[in-house]
Design a protein around this ligand. Structure first.
Ligand code: PLP
Length: 381
């Protein structure tokens, strides 16, 4: 295994040195004046990144934990909820809401399909729902849903909308307030360029007003909201991670959210152009919205598990295999957070070598040029 390691998955993602340095600072006490300014800045920056005026709740948890806070606070057993799924994470939320006793109407698309807001509108006419649960960027397939339109359909029907923005927040536009998103959940280890361990949850007044009777304590929104308002965390927060997130969000806001969104669109274009130049077939949609992760079908006769293993063993590079039903069939190149075009060309060059070794019929020597051209010569409208 080579010494040098590359992390090219759609989470966890590479962490910039300034953020790692913040993790290495001495641990401070969370109720002391040493921590409060860090906490305050971190929460303010989170509001900016979520594009919301409201407090964003911060939990010591992965994205799934922050999502469970939404389920535990909003679901009362027996209530109707509409869960839209088109991949691994949507299916997780269908199982979780059902686990809390919701009467789940599971609108299940095949993996790789893009949810259609008109389908959601139609479904809500047939069957009422307290909330619509939807994934913004379905990391298992590379599909990005039009959550703005799904939210509009939910609002027309008087339903709340809960968005899994775990892999999208900070990479592609996610306008919490102006799109009328009631709950937006994310995690530190994706486009927020921080190690895993923090889950975030933006909550609207309507969602606070609609909380139900499921048992909860650690994840009770009201408890965390009140504590955060006084900068006095309800429970011991992972202070080093909060300090790291504060720095990472500062980097993102210094770059400018719009600039970061443009960069991600161009990174997605570069990844797709390179894969196509090699003669590979994309699994994720060939569209600008698909700027989080590029899912590529393994060529005829190749198991994507061997591609993933080859990159790791020969070059110290970690990319992602397919999940669930796509295991062995696709491999996924992540490009959210601290990525530039040379990360894309590095991955493509290595994929090309490994596929050639595996006997795949790939076009050699064109992917890197195609990726660079797609990145350099593209302007985002
Ligand atoms: N939702 C999406 C879209 C994700 O990409 C992930 C993580 O890969 C999750 C949810 C789960 O987040 P975590 O692994 O942080 O619990």
């Amino acid at each position: 295994m080579p010494q040098k390691r590359y992390l090219f998955t759609p989470g966890p993602t590479p962490v910039p040195p300034q953020v790692l340095a913040a993790m290495g600072e001495p641990v401070v006490h969370h109720r002391s004046p040493d921590f409060k300014p860090i906490y305050e800045r971190c929460l303010a920056r989170l509001r900016d990144v979520c594009r919301t005026e409201r407090d964003v709740l911060l939990f010591a948890a992965s994205g799934t934990g922050a999502f469970e806070s939404a389920v535990a606070n909003l679901v009362t057993p027996g209530e109707p909820h509409l869960v839209v799924s088109a991949g691994n994470f949507g299916e997780r939320w269908a199982a979780m809401t059902a686990g809390y006793g919701a009467a789940v109407d599971h609108m299940r698309y095949a993996w790789g399909e893009t949810p259609d807001p008109d389908d959601v509108r139609g479904r809500l006419r047939e069957r009422e729902a307290k909330a619509v649960w939807v994934v913004h960027s379905e990391t298992s397939t590379g599909v990005v849903a039009d959550v703005q339109s799904v939210a509009a359909a939910a609002r027309e029907a008087g339903a709340l909308v809960v968005v899994d923005a775990v892999s999208s927040l900070g990479a592609i536009p996610c306008e919490t307030d102006s799109w009328g998103l009631d709950v937006v959940v994310s995690g530190s280890q994706k486009a927020l360029m921080t190690p895993p361990g923090l889950g975030t949850c933006a909550v609207s007044e309507a969602a606070y007003a609609a909380t139900g009777s499921s048992p909860r304590f650690y994840f009770d929104w009201e408890r965390t909201r009140k504590a955060q308002a006084k900068l006095d965390a309800a429970f011991t927060p992972p202070v080093s991670l909060v300090a790291a997130l504060e720095v990472a969000l500062g980097l993102l806001l210094d770059e400018g959210l719009e600039t970061a969104f443009d960069r991600h669109v161009r990174l997605g274009r570069a990844a797709r152009a390179g894969a196509k130049a090699m003669g590979l077939e994309l699994f994720s949609p060939d569209e600008d919205r698909s700027a989080v992760v590029t899912a590529i079908r393994a060529p005829e006769g190749v198991d994507s598990t061997d591609v993933v293993r080859g990159l790791r063993d020969r070059f110290g590079m970690t990319i992602a295999n397919g999940q669930g039903e796509l295991l062995g069939k696709v491999f996924r190149l992540g490009h959210i957070g601290w990525f530039d075009v040379f990360d894309i060309t590095t991955m493509l060059a290595a994929v090309e070598i490994v596929l050639a070794d595996l006997g795949a019929d790939v076009e050699r020597g064109t992917a890197v040029t195609a990726a660079l051209e797609a990145y350099e010569h593209s302007h985002v409208a």
